[in-house]
Design a binder for this molecule. Structure first.
Ligand code: SF4
Length: 380
């Protein structure tokens, strides 16, 4: 329902596009959402199960830790089963990077400056090139190189950017350009300043994140402020929300951040009131139930759930489906912004779920028909 108005527009920084498997990152590609598995990687079955849940939540990319040979040995099976590209997370052990590249990882998360000799860097780059792997450099405020800490005295934006540029140079020296970079910190000011500095200095895609952000609520707020500020400034091509929560929650929060800024659409966007004594039904419980029951919807649909007529009609006018609380257990349903019919409290949940599912099916059919018509059009 909502149109893009000039004051809603975000002008994205023009980054160079790379491919992570089949997924473009950077340039005009959609900003991708990624997360990371937390199952033991050698347990391929458990890891694939978790990847499925993340795929269903909408993850575009997924990172898998590869700390040992058992992990990279399981990676081939995981890569084959996954519907989204796998990023192998490597720290220090360059041989794990070689194994992961051979196992079909679409990207290696590795800092070339941390793996030892120039020969090892050359070997990793050779393996990445041979297997069509991208590389993600991940600078972290908590593990900055000693010489940078000595130079700057403490983790600061300049130190993070310098570390990133040093790692980048090692890849460029080997004529490798399929990389993206993160300069994460758990401090929002530090991370945002570092990303802003890096965005000025390089043209590669940037992977956003506020690292070790915290639990579901605290970490979501912190990430929304940090990542949200950067996205608002046009910076960022892919993101991970780092939460002490299940990976699929990270994906949901990532999409909510992007949806809030109009940068991605996915599933039901719920507009709901905090509720008060005027509510005609239990808004909080209703929204909880609707969010749970509508998670399977992927088509972008807006739904307003307001407890009474104070703000209900106004919000309903801006959404695909609207519900506004009325008196005597009878509530108004709006379709495409217009009052349509009423529903009783006891039928309300099932009714709204059915309306959203029907609207999603209608929109999907229209999209399919438009795509089919386009295929049938004569070539210009
Ligand atoms: S929409 Fe109505 S019920 Fe909801 S918070 Fe506002 S006044 Fe209260």
């Amino acid at each position: 329902m909502s149109e893009i108005r000039p004051w809603r527009t975000i002008v994205r920084r023009q980054s160079r596009q790379i491919m992570v498997g089949s997924v473009p990152v950077g340039g005009d590609a959609p900003i991708t959402v990624q997360t990371m598995t937390n199952t033991p990687t050698e347990d391929a079955v458990a890891t694939i199960d978790q990847i499925r849940r993340c795929e269903d939540a909408g993850a575009d990319l997924i990172r898998v830790s590869c700390p040992d040979v058992a992990s990279t040995a399981a990676l081939g099976k995981i890569v084959k089963a996954s519907r989204i590209p796998i990023i192998a997370d490597i720290h220090f052990h360059y041989k794990r990077a070689l194994e992961a590249a051979d196992a079909g990882a679409a990207c290696l998360r590795i800092n070339p400056g941390n793996i030892g000799s120039a020969d090892r860097v050359a070997e990793v780059v050779r393996a990445a090139k041979a297997n069509g792997c991208a590389i993600r450099i991940g600078v972290n405020g908590g593990s900055l190189e000693r010489h940078l800490l000595e130079k700057y005295g403490e983790p600061c934006p300049e130190a993070l950017v310098e570390s990133a540029l040093d790692h980048i140079k090692l890849l460029q020296d080997h004529d490798f350009h399929e990389y993206k970079v993160a300069v994460k910190a758990s401090d929002v000011f530090l991370a945002v300043s570092a990303y802003m500095g890096l965005a000025e200095a390089v043209d590669c895609p940037l992977h956003l994140g506020i690292t070790e952000a915290g639990g579901l609520i605290g970490g979501t707020v912190k990430s929304a402020i940090g990542i949200g500020n950067l996205l608002w400034a046009g910076i960022g091509d892919t993101l991970r929300v780092s939460l002490s929560a299940e990976p699929e929650e990270e994906v949901r929060v990532g999409f909510e951040i992007l949806k809030s800024l109009g940068l991605r659409t996915r599933g039901v966007r719920v507009v709901s009131c905090p509720s008060c004594a005027r509510q005609g039904f239990d808004v909080i419980r209703t929204v909880e139930a609707l969010e749970a029951r509508l998670q399977h919807i992927k088509t972008p649909i807006s739904l307003s759930v307001l407890g009474c007529v104070v703000n209900g009609p106004g919000e309903a006018r801006e959404t695909d489906i609207g519900l506004t609380g009325g008196g005597n257990g009878k509530h108004m349903v709006y379709l495409s912004g217009v009052t349509d019919h009423t529903v009783q409290s006891e039928e309300m949940l099932d009714h709204i779920v059915a309306l959203v599912e029907a609207k999603a099916a209608e929109m999907e059919a229209a999209a399919d028909a438009a795509a089919a018509a386009k295929v049938g059009e004569p070539a210009e």
